[in-house]
Design a protein around this ligand. Structure first.
Ligand code: AMP
Length: 117
C-alpha cells in the first residue's frame, strides 16, 4: 500500500520527479540524486515495503523481480562486464535514509572496500 509520507511512493505516484531509466508494471528504476559512482541507479518495487527483508518475506516474487531489474539496469548502463555492486541498506547502522526498499546499483569505476569507516 502506498504511504503518502514516503518519498519513493511519491516518486512512483509522479508527485516528485526522477530520472527514470527502467520501468516494469511492478518496479521503477531511477538515477540517485546524489550519485556515489558514475552509475548509481535505485531500483524499487512500486509497492511500499520498508526494507529488503520485509519485501522478501512479503512478496518473494517481487524481490526476485527487483534483482532481475537491477541486473538489466547494469547491462543497460554498460557496467555488467566491468562489474558493479547491488546494495540494500537496512536499518540505522546501515545508514538507510529512505524507508522504502531500494537496491543501489553502483558501477562505472573500481568501487573499493565494501564497508567504509
Ligand atoms: P539509503 O541511504 O540506502 O536509504 O539511500 C537513499 C538514497 O536515496 C540516497 O543515495 C539518496 O541520494 C537518494 N535519494 C534521496 N532523494 C532522492 C530523490 N528525490 N531522487 C533520487 N534519489 C534520491
Amino acid at each position: 500500500m502506498a504511504d503518502a509520507a514516503c518519498l519513493f511512493c511519491r516518486i512512483v505516484a509522479g508527485e516528485i520527479s526522477a530520472t527514470v531509466v527502467h520501468e516494469t508494471e511492478r518496479t521503477l528504476a531511477f538515477r540517485d540524486i546524489g550519485p556515489k559512482a558514475p552509475v548509481h541507479v535505485l531500483v524499487i518495487p512500486k509497492e511500499h515495503h520498508e526494507n529488503v527483508g520485509a519485501l522478501a518475506a512479503g512478496d518473494p516474487g517481487l524481490a526476485a523481480e527487483v534483482l532481475r531489474v537491477a541486473a538489466e539496469v547494469a547491462v543497460a548502463e554498460g557496467v555488467d562486464k566491468s562489474g558493479y555492486r547491488v546494495l540494500f541498506n537496512t536499518g540505522p547502522d546501515s545508514g538507510q535514509e529512505v524507508l522504502h526498499v531500494h537496491a543501489h546499483v553502483l558501477g562505472g569505476r573500481p568501487l573499493g572496500a565494501l564497508v567504509g569507516g
